[in-house]
Write a protein that binds this ligand. Structure first.
Ligand code: NIG
Ligand code: FE
Length: 417
C-alpha cells in the first residue's frame, strides 16, 4: 500500500504521547491549527502548527490536503479483542438470554459457541471471507484502524487453519491492520473431553500452525484460551498457553469472566501480554497484573449484554494495571463500533473520557505488542487517524451511536479509507 503524502491541516490534534501508557491520556496540541504530515511510506513524518509545516515543507511535495479546520483529530482506534470470522447469527439466543437464560446455560445445551462452530465448519473460505470483509468495513467506518481478530469457531486443525487463512487473506487485502490470534481452545469440541482437546491442541494444532507460519503461509501473533469453569480449567489453560509461548506466540487470553479461577494470577506468572474480561478478578489478581504489566482488556459490551457484574476497572487503574478496551465483536455481543464501547466504558465502568481514549488507542496497541507503530499521533508511527466533525473530540463518546455522522475521515497508512 503506497500512500500519498497527505496533510491534515488546521485540526485540533489530540496526540497521545508514550508517557500515557499508564491509563491517562496526555492531550497535546489541543488548540486548533495543527497539521499532521504523512509520508509515502504511510508513516507520520511531521507534526506541528500549520505555519510550521508550511515553512518546513513545500506545497508541491504534498499530494493531498485534508481540511481539518473546525474538526478534531485522534489516533485511529484500536480494538483489542474480536471474534469476527463466523457464519450463522445467534439472534434466537439473544431472545433466550433476555428471557433469563445464562451464557453457560445455552453453552451447556450445545448452543453458544457450539452453534457458531457448527455453522462455521460448514461454510467455505470464500463465504467466511465475504462476511468478514463487510464486518471489517463497518469497523473502519467506526474509526478502527487496528483490530485483533481470533479464530476459535473451528476447534479442529482443519477448521482452525481455515479460519486463520481467512484472517491471513484479510491481513493482506484489507485497509485495516490486523493482529491475528489462534484460539483453538475457545471451547471443548463436541465428542471430546477437555483433556483430549488440550492434548490435541498442544501436540497437533500448535505445531502444525507453527509450521505454516515458518513456511510463510500464515502470520499469527497471539494464542488464546477460554479459561473458564466448564471450558478449559486453569491447569489445561496454562499448558496450552505455555505451548503457544514456546511456539513464539504472544499470550492473550480470556480469564475471570464468569468464575474466579485465578487466571489473572496464572497469566501474570506466564507474563501474558494481555488478559481479557476480568469481571471476577480478585485483588490479588489485580496486584499480580499490575506487577507483570499484563494488559487488562476490558469488554464492556459483553458485561452489558450478559448483565454481568462490571469488571473493577477503577480498582485496576488505581493499582496501576494497564487497561485497554475491545469490542469483543462476536455472535454473542454483536457490536463492532468502538465509539459505543467507549461510551459504555465511561458510563458503566466509570472511566473518564481521556482514560477511555487512551485505553482504546495506545493501551490497546500495547496489548497487541504494536505500540511502536500504533496508538498515538507521533512522528515515526503509522498515519492511522480519525477526523471528527465536532468542536471537541469527546463528542465521539458523548453522542452515543452517532459516530457515523461524526467521523468525517478515517486515514489508514496515509490513505483515506
Ligand atoms: O469473549 N467468552 C468467550 N468468548 C467470547 C464469546 C464467543 C461466543 O459466544 O461466540 C467472548 O465473549
Ligand atoms: Fe472473546
Amino acid at each position: 500500500h503506497v500512500a500519498q503524502v497527505v496533510q491534515v491541516t488546521d485540526c485540533g490534534a489530540r496526540a497521545l504521547t508514550k508517557d500515557s501508557m499508564k491509563n491517562i491520556a496526555v492531550l497535546q496540541g489541543a488548540q486548533s491549527g495543527y497539521s499532521v504530515l504523512i509520508g509515502r511510506e504511510g508513516t507520520i513524518v511531521d507534526i506541528g502548527t500549520s505555519q510550521e509545516i508550511e515553512t518546513r515543507h513545500s506545497k508541491d511535495d504534498i499530494d493531498q490536503v485534508i481540511d481539518g479546520s473546525r474538526k478534531c483529530l485522534i489516533p485511529g482506534l484500536v480494538d483489542a479483542h474480536t471474534h469476527p470470522v463466523w457464519a450463522g447469527d445467534r439472534v434466537h439466543e439473544f431472545a433466550l438470554k433476555l428471557a433469563g437464560a445464562t451464557y453457560m446455560d445455552i453453552h451447556n445445551m450445545g448452543g453458544g459457541i457450539h452453534f457458531t462452530v457448527d455453522h462455521t465448519r460448514q461454510a467455505d473460505e470464500e463465504t467466511l471471507f465475504a462476511s468478514f470483509s463487510d464486518r471489517l468495513h463497518q469497523m473502519i467506518q467506526s474509526g478502527t484502524t487496528l483490530v485483533e481478530c481470533k479464530s476459535g469457531y473451528g476447534l479442529d486443525l482443519e477448521n482452525e487453519i481455515k479460519m486463520l487463512r481467512v484472517l491471513e487473506r484479510a491481513r493482506r487485502e484489507s485497509k485495516i491492520d490486523i493482529s491475528s490470534t489462534y484460539c483453538g481452545a475457545h471451547a471443548v469440541p463436541k465428542g471430546k473431553t477437555a483433556d483430549e482437546a488440550t492434548k490435541d491442541i498442544i501436540t497437533k494444532q500448535i505445531p502444525a500452525i507453527r509450521q505454516q507460519i515458518d513456511a510463510g503461509k500464515l502470520h499469527v501473533d497471539n494464542i488464546d484460551v477460554f479459561c473458564e469453569k466448564g471450558v478449559f480449567d486453569l491447569c489445561q489453560s496454562k499448558a496450552i498457553l505455555q505451548a503457544g509461548k514456546e511456539a513464539h506466540l504472544q499470550i492473550n487470553f480470556h480469564g475471570e469472566e464468569l468464575h474466579r479461577l485465578g487466571s489473572a494470577e496464572m497469566g501474570a506468572e506466564l507474563e501474558a501480554k494481555a488478559i481479557s474480561h476480568l469481571e471476577e478478578i480478585s485483588d490479588v489478581g489485580i496486584s499480580a497484573m499490575a506487577a507483570s504489566g499484563s494488559v487488562a482488556v476490558i469488554l464492556p459490551t459483553t458485561a452489558y449484554n450478559l448483565r454481568l457484574k462490571p469488571p473493577p476497572v477503577r480498582d485496576m487503574i488505581e493499582a496501576g494495571v494497564i487497561v485497554a478496551l475491545g469490542s469483543d465483536f462476536n455472535p454473542n455481543a454483536y457490536c463492532s463500533a468502538m465509539p459505543l464501547v467507549l461510551n459504555l466504558a465511561c458510563v458503566t465502568l466509570k472511566m473518564s473520557m481521556p482514560e477511555a481514549l487512551v485505553a482504546a488507542t495506545l493501551n490497546s496497541a500495547h496489548a497487541l505488542g504494536k505500540s511502536d507503530l500504533h496508538g498515538s499521533i507521533e512522528v515515526g508511527k503509522l498515519g492511522n487517524l480519525v477526523l471528527i466533525d465536532a468542536p471537541r473530540w469527546e463528542h465521539l463518546i458523548y453522542q452515543m451511536g452517532n459516530h457515523n455522522n461524526l467521523i468525517s475521515t478515517v486515514v489508514w497508512r496515509g490513505n483515506v479509507v
